[in-house]
Design a protein around this ligand. Sequence first.
Ligand code: URP
Ligand code: ZN
Ligand code: ZN
Length: 452
Amino acid sequence: SSSKLLIKGGTVVNADRQEVADVYIEDGIIVSVQPNIKVGDDVTVLDATGKYVMPGGIDPHTHLEMEFMGTETIDDFFSGQAAALSGGTTMHIDFVIPVNGSLSAGFEAYAKKAKKSCMDYGFHMAITKWDEYVEREMEIMVKEKGINSFKFFLAYKGSLMINDELLLKGMKACKSLGALAMVHAENGDAVAEGQKKMIELGITGPEGHVLSRPPVLEGEATGRAIRLASFVNTPLYVVHVMSIDAMEEIAKARKAGQRVIGEPVVSGLVLDDSGLWDPDFTIAAKYVMSPPIRKQGHNKALQAALSTGLLQLVGTDHCTFNSTQKALGIDDFRKIPNGVNGIEERMHLVWDTMVESGKISVTDYVQITSTECARIFNIYPRKGAILAGSDADIIILNPNSSFQITAETHHSRTDTNVYEGRRGKGKVEVTIAGGRVVWKDGELKVLPGTGR
Ligand code: URP
Ligand code: ZN
Ligand code: ZN
């Protein structure tokens, strides 16, 4: 592929404006954005007339190659990223899980996994234990490894969950380091009670998963984390906001001036649980994630909150397990590995659900799929913008073409898709990552080791 590229005649969209212009790229960097750029014949030209030229998507929430619930997610840093690129996402931020509580060992393990990357990535880090080393290690992560954000799990009792004492310690450490605290907000003690009750009642199938972790437990944990962040006086990022209950806690705090960021994920925005708890285990188990996919109404409320700015950006929580892995929980829903796909589908589904439906503008689309994420996690304007000097991570989207989702043609390694059969308007026809055309005419050309 050429190191010189010209994208001609498209509507270039940034989070704050759109204009018809050409984009000239050299060696992976955007050199200029203006109308009628003239170039020599050593330059590859892509015609974008009638199409949108936008910053590649940045997914703030993924789990590639993660050991979890007795198995490992089936998409690794190569297959997950290849899937992402085919759907218009050019950067993601994954969660490093410490190894035996050691942050540096966790970092080294993830740095190794990520060597096969075919697109740029960043890391958050989970804090799952506390000992005399954690604070010093957090400092090393922030100052030497570029990790700006730490996730605290208030659920998954017995494995990742931490208590309020540790959450407070963690928030204080984040505050003193200038890092961002993130929470998985569900009350894990209450969830464990609910799970036990379901098993006692003989409800062992996937529907037991959703029944044991209702929205009230997400609302409680979200409100608690928000109040503790206010007490510590540090900003808070709430991952995978799945319910009205959690969204309203975030909205209330923001209206009162608190620095709280809310991240809905595509599954929560697009799906609801009607018809999901199929008697066929394989069909139902593919939807099992935490917090769970809610009843009708939560998704529409989350869409509305996103369109009015009460929620700020969209992630996926891409965390895939195939049918064989999901079957670990065939006799007990507590053992079904939690997680759904989305890294490949996010840009299309958000376009269709939010822009095509008239809920938000095209500039807002860029904001919630790319720019806001780049700003929050300190990589703007290198990413999240089509500006001279920015990385050439760009998509060309045709608003008049359409997409269709099926596990038969998707690029993820998993054998099911929670969006199976969905179609919609708007198609990512070209993805450019680091100045290379990696997706065009339905063809993916990715190279391991090219991601940074
Ligand atoms: O079900 C989920 N969300 N799996 C991934 C881990 C997490 O909690 O984000
Ligand atoms: Zn989580
Ligand atoms: Zn997650």
